[in-house]
Design a binder for this molecule. Structure first.
Ligand SMILES: Cc1ncc(COP(=O)(O)O)c(C=O)c1O
Length: 370
């Protein structure tokens, strides 16, 4: 009783976590303030700056990634702002839902499921009138499309719109150069490309973005970035955040970010790319088609079409017979497409080879592959 089954996590987050990272979750509690903690916390923020490639502020907010999105949108949108949400899937819709809770003058620019947003179309849209804030998902995890974040950031800069980027399933997997690309606010989370347990939202705020955040008084306290900055400054020498931090989660994140930086960001990007190429080729050899074209495919999650009428059965087979947990998908693709997470520790040839071999066994067993 009370035991949860242990599956190998091949879902697009949370991901498998290294034993030394997990060990940090089991360490005795320390206080979330005082000189030692403050130094440790500030060093952790410094490490995260290297991952986001920013000199800006970084706030580690207890909560899931969506808390970070709510903080970013809620703190920067003024109620009368015109906001543009770019959407090509479930998480683009999530941005819309969050934005709608903060403003009413919202427009949506959509691309079909499985296709990337086109920066030229975004540019044309921005030319139709002044939008104060634009929000986009970098890797649309529901389909595995990687949107052209750098190009979208460039057109937002041209039109002096603040860009909020959801890099929850891309940071640590794909290049994200927050300052060089001119991203206003970048939101991520602990449980995907950074290979730590879930529970922390990461919000990186560039210097320029404060111009939007400082306009007027935004409602709310906990997810208000102005409050986070005030406390970081006011209490910076002993308690550099407004609330009691989940110290063990932060220790685990710190350890995992150290590992990420030790591997090297470029090495990680290459590893994820190579594994993705290998996986996509292997799937095609099995007669399974990636849902997204190679050129716009993310390197941390791959969505796969079919086997027709058997997607659910395949997922159950992988889970129950082989202990591998893969993800289905939502909405109109449900039952037709499944998703493989290959983020962090599972972006390894061995994992992918084993998965492909197991899929081949299943397909042979049901007579769908010879
Ligand atoms: C791109 C993206 N945005 C937002 C979220 C929501 O994050 P959370 O479930 O941590 O709130 C996810 C989670 O899968 C995601 O992949």
């Amino acid at each position: 009783m009370g035991q949860l089954p242990r599956y190998k996590l091949l879902i697009p987050g949370p991901v498998e976590v290294a034993p030394e990272v997990l060990d940090e979750m089991a360490q005795p509690l320390v206080a979330h303030y005082g000189p030692e903690w403050t130094a440790y916390y500030k060093e952790t923020v410094e490490l995260l700056r290297r991952v986001f490639r920013t000199k800006g502020d970084i706030f580690i907010i207890p909560g899931s990634g969506s808390a970070g999105l709510d903080a970013a949108l809620g703190s920067s949108i003024a109620p009368t702002d015109k906001v543009l949400i770019l959407s090509n899937g479930f998480f683009g819709q999530r941005l819309l839902e969050i934005a709608q809770s903060h403003a009413t003058n919202i427009e949506v620019l959509s691309a079909p499921l499985g296709q990337a947003l086109d920066p030229m179309i975004v540019k044309k849209k921005l030319a139709t009138g002044h939008f104060e804030v634009v929000a986009v998902v970098h890797c649309e995890t529901s389909t595995g499309v990687l949107n052209p974040l750098q190009e979208i950031a460039a057109v937002c800069q041209e039109h002096r719109a603040l860009l909020i980027a959801d890099t929850i399933s891309s940071l640590g997997i794909e290049p994200v150069c927050m300052d060089d690309w001119g991203i206003g606010i970048c939101v991520s989370a602990s449980q995907k490309g950074l290979e730590a347990p879930p529970g922390l939202a990461l919000v990186a705020v560039g210097e320029e973005a404060w111009r939007w955040i400082e306009r007027g008084n935004k409602p709310g306290w906990y997810l208000n970035l102005k409050v986070w900055r005030e406390y970081t400054q006011k209490w910076g020498d002993w308690h550099p955040h407004p609330i009691t931090q989940p110290v063990n989660n932060i220790r685990a994140l710190r350890k995992s970010v150290e590992r990420v930086l030790k591997e090297g960001l470029e090495n990680r990007f290459n590893r994820h790319k190579e594994v993705t190429t290998y996986l996509r080729q292997g799937l095609r050899e099995l007669g399974l088609t990636p849902f997204v074209a190679d050129e716009i495919a993310s390197h941390g999650v791959t969505s796969v079409v079919g086997p027709e009428g058997r997607v659910e059965e395949l997922l159950v087979y992988l889970r129950e017979q082989h202990g591998m947990l893969l993800a289905g998908t939502l909405g109109e693709l449900r039952g037709k497409v499944f998703r493989i997470g290959h983020m962090g520790p599972t972006a390894k040839f061995d994992f992918v080879r084993e998965l492909l071999e197991t899929c081949a066994q299943y397909l042979k067993h049901v007579g769908a592959f010879s």
